[in-house]
Design a protein around this ligand. Sequence first.
Ligand code: KIV
Length: 266
Amino acid sequence: MSTFTIHDFLKKKKEGRKITMLTAYDYPFASIVDEAGIDVILVGDSLGMVVQGLENTLPVTMDEMIYHTKMVTRAVKNAMVIGDMPFMSYQTGIEDALRNAGRFLKEGGAAAIKMEGGAEIVDHIRAMTRSDIPVMAHIGLTPQSIHRMGGYKVQGRTEEAANKLIEEAHIVEDAGAFSLILEAIPMNLAKRISEELSIPTIGIGAGPHCDGQVLVLHDVIGLFDRFVPKFVKKYSHVKEDALKAVKAYRDEIEQGIFPSEEQSFK
Ligand code: KIV
């Protein structure tokens, strides 16, 4: 059972302390993220790209999300775990949405769910909140909408688009969302939304004024390098280090260095 809860989200915002959030998809990485003291772990459908090697997140299924969420919750002692509703797990109707969101809490052990969308998911948010399933909403660049958006593009650049996002932010707050992800929007727009809402905003590519920040773990540690968005900061080069280790292992076998007496039984 995690110690960070949705009440701590609001408390941190009120106290002006930043909320820290990172994705994780399996036991070893979730253990690291939790041990590092990150407040919230998102089991994001980004796993489709950084774990499964897919082109986008659309093919990710509910069963796959539950499989990964279970591994994460097994590892976590303090962080709050949020399950990410994959494409077509909620767009097909409120009943599907409730059933699938419930699976994250019942089977996965998560404490809340995240859903992409604004005005169009208001009824979903209301139904989930009524059923005690806390909802984090997600507006701006929503990767499940790439075909409508025409790719991974910054959103809210025109006055009309910015006003629409401000309106949607209020709509999801009023519907009962406990927090809101703002993805790939201009930083001044994110600042305005963060100031206007009483629920915390979590930014990804939305500048420094959000109430918290989230990134994809595999980007942060330098494990995923197929492409690196502008908003990512790499804090290590895990892929390079792993590659070096595996090559050294291969070389030592070929040269008869490994295993030595030290790794052998007498
Ligand atoms: O799927 C995901 O990991 C996400 C975050 C990056 C916000 O939606």
